[in-house]
Design a protein around this ligand. Structure first.
Ligand SMILES: *Cc1c(COP(=O)(O)O)cnc(C)c1O
Length: 395
C-alpha cells in the first residue's frame, strides 16, 4: 500500500539541472539567481518590487517590521490559519486578536471584521495596526472590501498568500498588492511552487522593499548614500538597524525560478483534481468546497477541504479521518484554531467568540491534492470516504 500525502512537490529533471548549474557556479548564495527569481516573481504577480527570504515566516516578520509594528500595537488575523500568520505579531512585541471565519469561503469573515472594527471604535478600544488576511486554501479574500475598511479604520494590510500564488482576484494575480501594502508567499514543498524552504514579499512601495532588503541581511548597507559617515575605505559598510539573516540561497532561488516556469501546469492539474473530487463527492453526505459567486476569480487549490456533518452517514469526522489514515491516505486538518494553541492560552481568548471556527474545527478534513496525484489514488480516497465500516482495511 503506497502512502498518499495531502500535498507534495513535483520535481522534474529541469529543476535538478537548474539547481546543479548553481552548485557548479561561483555563488551558492548572494549571487545572480536570487535577483533573477525576484524579477520573475515581479513579472508574474505584477507587483513593482519583490524580495525573497528563507521562509514565509521570516517574510511575515519583516513585513510587520517594515510596516512599523511594535510593542503595544495590535494585529488581527483569521482564526483559521497556520500559526505563522499570528506569530509575526508576537515577534514584534505586539498583541494578536482573531476574526472568525466565513463558512462559505473559509476566509476571515469580512462582516465579522467590520462589526468588530465598528465596536472597537465605538467603545474606544484599540484598533489593529495591521490586518493579516489569509487566502485560505488558495481562494482569494474579497480584497476590495478589505481595502475600504483599511481606509476607513487606518490599518495596514498584509496578504498571507502562502496558499495562493497563481490565484486570481478581479482579473489580477494575487501578489499584485493592488488592495494591500504587502503580499507574502511561501515556497515550502507542500505549497504551489517550492524552493525547498523559501518565501517572498511583494509590494509596490519602494521604501518597504528597501526596508525588507536591509532587514533580511543584518540591517547592513553598502550604499554610501544611506550611510551616516563617509566610508573609511573600500571595505566599509554600515549596520543601520538590527536585522537578521533571512536570505534565500541561490540554490533555492534557482529551484524556485524553475518551478515558477511550470506554475500554469501545476495550477491546472490542481484544478483538475478539485473538479474531479467535486464530481465524485457530490452525492455523499459531506460538504465540498463552495463554488465562487463572483467572476474574475480563481483559486490556486492549495487545499481541498471537506466537512463531515455531525450526523453524517459516512461516520463522524474522527472516524472518517482515522479510516483514511489507517489506509495510507495522509489526510490532514488545516488548521487547529490558533487561539486554541497552548502558546496563545496566556492571552485568554474565548472560543465561544469564534463559533464558525469551532464548528469548522469539528468537521474539516483536508484531502490529498497535488499535481502528481494519480486518478487511481484519488479513486482510493473516494472509496475510503464511502466505506462506513470503521477501521477495516479495504485495500
Ligand atoms: C506555510 C504557511 C506559512 C509559513 O510558510 P513557511 O514558508 O513554511 O515559513 C505561513 N502562513 C500560511 C497560511 C502557511 O500556509
Amino acid at each position: 500500500m503506497t502512502y498518499v500525502p495531502y500535498g507534495r512537490q513535483e520535481i522534474s529533471q529541469v529543476d535538478i539541472d537548474e539547481v546543479s548549474a548553481v552548485l557548479n557556479s561561483d555563488f551558492l548564495t548572494q549571487g545572480p539567481a536570487v535577483p533573477m527569481f525576484e524579477r520573475a516573481l515581479a513579472n508574474f504577480t505584477g507587483a513593482r518590487y519583490v524580495k525573497v527570504t528563507n521562509s514565509a515566516t521570516s517574510a511575515l516578520h519583516l513585513a510587520c517590521l517594515a510596516l512599523g509594528l511594535q510593542a503595544g500595537d495590535l494585529l488581527w488575523t483569521s482564526a483559521i490559519t497556520f500559526v505563522a500568520s499570528a506569530n509575526c505579531a508576537l515577534y514584534c512585541g505586539a498583541r494578536v486578536d482573531f476574526i472568525d471565519i466565513d463558512p462559505l469561503t473559509l476566509n476571515l469573515s469580512i462582516d465579522s471584521l467590520e462589526s468588530r472594527l465598528r465596536a472597537a471604535r465605538t467603545q474606544g478600544d484599540a484598533l489593529p495596526k495591521i490586518l493579516v488576511v489569509v487566502h485560505f486554501a488558495g481562494r482569494p479574500v474579497d480584497m476590495a472590501r478589505i481595502a475600504v475598511l483599511a481606509d476607513e479604520y487606518g490599518f495596514k494590510v498584509i496578504e498571507d498568500a502562502s496558499h495562493a500564488i497563481g490565484a486570481v482576484y478581479r482579473d489580477e494575480r494575487i501578489g499584485s498588492c493592488k488592495y494591500s501594502d504587502i503580499t507574502v508567499f511561501s515556497f515550502h514543498p507542500v505549497k504551489i511552487i517550492t524552493s525547498g524552504e523559501g518565501g517572498a514579499i511583494t509590494t509596490n512601495s519602494k521604501s518597504i522593499a528597501r526596508e525588507v532588503e536591509l532587514l533580511r541581511s543584518h540591517g547592513i548597507t553598502r550604499d554610501s548614500e544611506e550611510m551616516s559617515k563617509s566610508p573609511d575605505g573600500p571595505w566599509y559598510y554600515e549596520q543601520l538597524k538590527l536585522g537578521f539573516n533571512y536570505r534565500m540561497t541561490d540554490i533555492q532561488a534557482a529551484l524556485g525560478a524553475s518551478q515558477l516556469r511550470k506554475i500554469d501546469e501545476f495550477l491546472s492539474k490542481r484544478e483538475g483534481v478539485a473538479s474531479r473530487y467535486d464530481l465524485m463527492l457530490s452525492d455523499l453526505d459531506l460538504e465540498i468546497p463552495k463554488p465562487f459567486h463572483q467572476g474574475g476569480m480563481s483559486s490556486a487549490w492549495h487545499l481541498y477541504v471537506i466537512q463531515i456533518p455531525e450526523e453524517s452517514e459516512l461516520g463522524n469526522r474522527n472516524q472518517v479521518f482515522e479510516r483514511l489514515r489507517a489506509n495510507g491516505i495522509g489526510v490532514n486538518l488545516h488548521y487547529i484554531p490558533v487561539y486554541r494553541q497552548p502558546m496563545y492560552a496566556q492571552f485568554g481568548y474565548d472560543p465561544s467568540k469564534f463559533p464558525e471556527s469551532e464548528k469548522y474545527y469539528k468537521q474539516a478534513i483536508s484531502l490529498p491534492i497535488f499535481p502528481g496525484l494519480t486518478q487511481d489514488d484519488q479513486n482510493r480516497v473516494v472509496e475510503l470516504l464511502k466505506a462506513k465500516t470503521g477501521h477495516q482495511t479495504i485495500f
